[in-house]
Each structure stands twice: as structure tokens, then as C-alpha cells.
Design a binder for this molecule. Structure first.
Ligand code: SF4
Ligand code: SF4
Length: 496
């Protein structure tokens, strides 16, 4: 984004930036055109549309994204009800009508097309809403129902010094040569408790997906332990695990489009999962359970007879969640579960996961690179870099200073769709080094802006120890306590 912006400035190039990430739009663009179901519904300068929006869809979009301050219990996101109409299903009058809080019968659904209308203030600010001048845009949001926070229970998963190394041929194309070792996970140690959401964050290549594979039994560990209810499972591949262990640890994948069988009905696919987990003694019992699972993920029971192609992305992800819970999973690894979905359905799927977690006391390992959503739903956060856990703490601890220098850089890169947020600007130079050839000393030393504050070149030569800088808050870094104490917040609200 930095590069594209600089090039645009340098050459005076006009840019059309197409995105559903409102934070990135704020950081990159001067003007915005919000589209819904085939037409522009609001256009204007970024400041006007973000701060003085004049279309109910724009308002609903902003209410469904996790801005700082949103919280899964005290300030839950507000999902946009219903679904996006397909081109042949567009309603009469306003396309957004069936999902709009301000819908007026006879007016919003009359046969007349709704034109774009000029908004008084602002620069070429326009809205395609018949009622924009009547709506009280400053009216406080009718508070969404507050949710009770589930009590965090006993430790169900304990990872102790887990290592996962791969041996690869140094010359991967032609084979032969010396073998090299890729250290995908290095001495991972942490615990996760019942009803807890632990987020695992980091760039691609940080080892988070490798860890998920070892936990699921798709790979076995090189060293260390994974204790599931005090039972070591790190060396048992999935085919050798008993049914209960397999059912206990389940996964929700990033892309619901790839995980469903296109030629099998939704109901059949859920029943298949029930058969694998040996749930129910007869076909009839499994069918009943399948319908209950559809209820659980808030899909209509008629969906049992539908094919995957008849479902939207959000609905498919709900089926993925239903399958994960078919065997009453106790630990669910959710690998970027909403990043392939439209922003407007992300909130609904996120809240569904949270609701099921509250009810079933599930331990959720939430793998993500989207720190906004991580902040919204996690109880604790683990930051990984090049196979190492570099920071681990409660969400508040990790999102406020002092941070590990890598976390600080990650936070400064989060695009936040709020014009009142001021961020410290840290651009991480270079890419994450190869796990086949990690740097000596601290794994982050090739990109760290704080390295010069550590005397004696320690960062270049010695692996930093894991230090506890507050109760339950650990970082892997050589910086002194004084340096940590002097760190400033990366994300500030302008009024603060
Ligand atoms: S025209 Fe009516 S239904 Fe459409 S956005 Fe405006 S208030 Fe909502
Ligand atoms: S140990 Fe040194 S290089 Fe590593 S994060 Fe800390 S300051 Fe940066």
C-alpha cells in the first residue's frame, strides 16, 4: 500500500482501489464509492462518508466491523440481517430495503428507481436513499444485547517445548545435496483453557499453521509434548487417534468453498461427519442430530437438502462450523475462519462462533492475521515469529505497551477504519527470513527497530530468553525493563 501510494503521488496517477477493507481504504484513498447489489449507494470524500455517512448500508457496514472499543461481550458487533440479493432476486425499489432498519413500506419498495441525491454538506457527497435527510444519523445505536462472558475453566490443552522440524533437500528441484532442516516450530510452550479464545497471530511463515497441523495429528512433533486432557498426543497421527480424540479437536478452515463436497447435499455431509465420529445409533438418530446442528449454526432446516452451490459464502462457513461441532468438539482450531467472507457476514459468523463457544465451553484457537478481529474476540493472544512465540499475554496486555518489538510493528500495520485513530508508523523492512536459514541470535533481529538499544550486540548472537514482564505476560526479547517501560502506545484515539 505504501509503495502504490508513493507511486501514485510521484506520477500523479489516478487510482481505483477496490477493497472491502475499510481501514485500508481510509489509509489509501481520497474519495470512496460504496456499492451494494450492483449500484453505487453513497459517494463522497473519505472524511464525509466515514464520519457523516448518509446511507443506511454504509452505516450498517461500519457497525459490523470490529473497531477499537468493540468487545464480544460488552459491545458486540451488529451483523447486517439477511443476505445480499442475487442479481435476479433484487427487490422492487431500494435494493437494500429488505435489510434496512429504516425501511418504509410503500415508499422504499415502490416501483420507481431511486436516484443518487446530493447531500448538503461535503464535497460531491451523494446518497441513494430516499430518507437520508430524515434519518437521525447521530442517534445512538440501540445497544445490542450484552452477552455474559463464559467463565474460563480448567486447562484442556498444554503445549510443552513443542518442536516441529522438517528435513528438506538443499536443492529441492533436483534433489540430492545436503539435507537442510526447516525449524517450523521452536520450543512452543503455552496452555489453553476451557471456554477460552486464544488467538495465534503472525505473518505467513511464522509457524502458526504448522502448529495447527501437529495439534490436529496431520503431522507428528519432532520433540516436546502436546497434552490433551493430560494425554500426550504429539506422536499420534490422526489415523491412529481414537475417535474421541479426533472428535475433540476439530478445525474450521479459511475457505468454506473448498471444504464442502460439491456433489453431496449439506445434510448428507453433516451426517457423514456424524458417522465418522460414531454419533447416533441409527440413520434416524443421526438425521435428528444433523437437524439440531443446523439449528446450532442458525441455518434453516430446509438447507439439509440443498447443494453447496446454492449457499452463500457465510452459509457455507456455517456448515463448516456445524461439521466441526458434529462430534462435540472441545477444542476448535479456527484458521482465518472469516477472512474469505464478505465484511457484512464476518460479524454474523464471528458471533455464531462466540455463541457456540459460550454454550459448549469450547476452547477456541483462533489463527489470524487480522488483529482487529483478534482484539475483538480473544481472551489471550500469542504472537509468533519464525517458529517462536515472541509474545504471549491477555488481549489487553498484548494490545497496549510494552510490546515485543515485532508486535509493535504488527499493530502499527493494522488498518483501522476510524478517522479519530492515530497510529505510530512503523514499516517493517524486508521479508520474514526463511525458516531454513534463520538468523543467529534473536529471530527478529534482521528487521527490528529496537536492536540498537540492546548493548553488546546481544541481539545478533544470543537467543533472547522468555521473560515475564507482568503476571501472565511474557516476551522473548533482550530489551531492558527501562526500555520496555518507556514504550509508547501504537494506536491512540485522537482525543486521548
Ligand atoms: S431508501 Fe429506504 S430502504 Fe433504501 S436505504 Fe433508504 S431508508 Fe433504507
Ligand atoms: S532481542 Fe533485540 S532484535 Fe530481538 S526483538 Fe528484542 S531488541 Fe529486537
Amino acid at each position: 500500500v505504501e509503495l502504490v501510494k508513493d507511486l501514485g503521488k510521484k506520477y500523479g496517477t489516478s487510482m481505483l482501489f477496490i477493497s472491502h477493507n475499510l481501514g485500508l481504504v481510509l489509509e489509501t484513498c481520497d474519495r470512496i464509492c460504496v456499492m451494494y447489489s450492483g449500484e453505487a449507494v453513497e459517494t463522497g470524500r473519505i472524511e464525509d462518508v466515514f464520519d457523516k455517512m448518509q446511507h443506511p448500508y454504509t452505516q450498517a457496514l461500519f457497525r459490523s466491523i470490529p473497531l477499537p472499543g468493540a468487545n464480544k461481550n460488552s459491545r458486540p458487533l451488529v451483523a447486517i440481517p439477511g443476505n445480499f440479493p442475487l442479481p435476479h432476486e433484487r427487490p422492487k425499489g431500494c435494493n437494500f430495503g429488505p435489510r434496512c432498519d429504516y425501511f418504509e413500506e410503500g415508499r422504499c419498495n415502490s416501483n420507481k428507481a431511486i436516484p443518487m441525491a446530493h447531500v448538503e454538506h461535503g464535497d460531491r457527497h451523494e446518497s441513494r436513499c430516499l430518507k437520508f435527510a430524515e434519518i437521525d444519523w447521530d442517534a445512538p445505536l440501540i445497544a445490542a444485547e450484552k452477552k455474559e462472558k463464559g467463565a474460563i475453566g480448567e486447562v484442556v490443552l498444554k503445549i510443552d517445548n513443542l518442536k516441529k522440524y522438517y528435513e528438506v533437500a538443499a536443492n529441492a528441484i533436483f534433489g540430492g545435496g545436503n539435507k537442510k532442516v526447516v525449524k517450523a516450530n521452536e520450543t512452543l510452550s503455552f496452555e489453553a483453557r476451557e471456554s477460552e479464545t486464544l488467538a495465534i497471530v503472525g505473518e505467513s511463515g511464522c509457524g502458526k499453521s504448522t502448529f495447527a497441523k501437529v495439534l490436529m495429528g496431520l503431522e507428528t512433533a519432532t520433540d516436546g509434548e502436546i497434552l490433551l486432557d493430560n494425554k500426550a498426543v504429539q506422536n499420534t497421527a490422526i489415523e491412529d487417534r481414537d475417535t474421541k480424540t479426533v472428535a475433540d479437536v476439530q478445525m474450521v478452515f479459511q475457505n468454506p468453498f473448498d471444504t464442502l463436497n460439491p456433489s453431496m447435499t449439506i445434510g448428507r455431509q453433516i451426517i457423514r461427519a456424524l458417522e465418522i465420529f460414531k454419533v447416533g445409533n441409527s440413520e434416524a438418530e443421526r438425521r435428528t442430530r444433523m437437524l439440531e446442528l443446523l439449528d446450532l449454526v442458525k441455518l434453516p432446516r430446509e438447507f439439509a437438502d440443498r447443494m453447496p452451490r446454492q449457499l452463500s459464502g457465510g452459509q457455507k462457513q456455517r456448515v463448516g462450523i456445524a461439521r466441526a461441532f458434529a462430534g462435540d468438539a472441545r477444542i476448535v482450531v479456527a484458521d482465518e475462519p472469516v477472512s474469505a467472507l464478505d465484511v457484512s457476514v464476518q460479524a454474523a459468523v464471528t458471533d455464531l462462533l462466540m455463541d457456540i463457544q459460550r454454550e459448549h465451553k469450547t476452547t477456541l484457537l483462533f489463527i489470524s492475521h487480522d488483529l482487529s478481529i483478534v482484539r475483538y474476540l480473544s481472551d489471550r493472544v500469542m504472537v509468533m515469529y519464525l517458529g517462536h512465540v515472541v509474545e504471549l499475554g491477555t488481549t489487553d496486555q498484548v494490545f497496549s505497551p510494552p510490546y515485543h518489538p515485532y508486535t509493535e510493528a504488527l499493530l502499527s500495520a493494522v488498518p483501522i477504519a476510524d478517522t479519530s485513530v492515530i497510529k505510530k508508523h512503523i514499516v517493517l523492512e524486508g521479508d520474514i527470513p526463511s525458516a531454513m536459514n534463520p538468523p543467529p541470535g534473536c529471530p527478529f533481529q534482521t528487521r527490528c527497530g529496537w536492536k540498537s538499544k540492546v548493548s553488546g550486540g546481544l541481539c545478533d548472537t544470543e537467543m533472547p530468553p522468555v521473560r515475564e514482564i507482568a503476571e501472565g505476560h511474557q516476551v522473548k526479547c533482550h530489551l531492558s525493563d527501562e526500555e520496555f517501560a518507556g514504550m509508547e502506545a501504537v494506536i491512540k484515539i485522537a482525543a486521548e
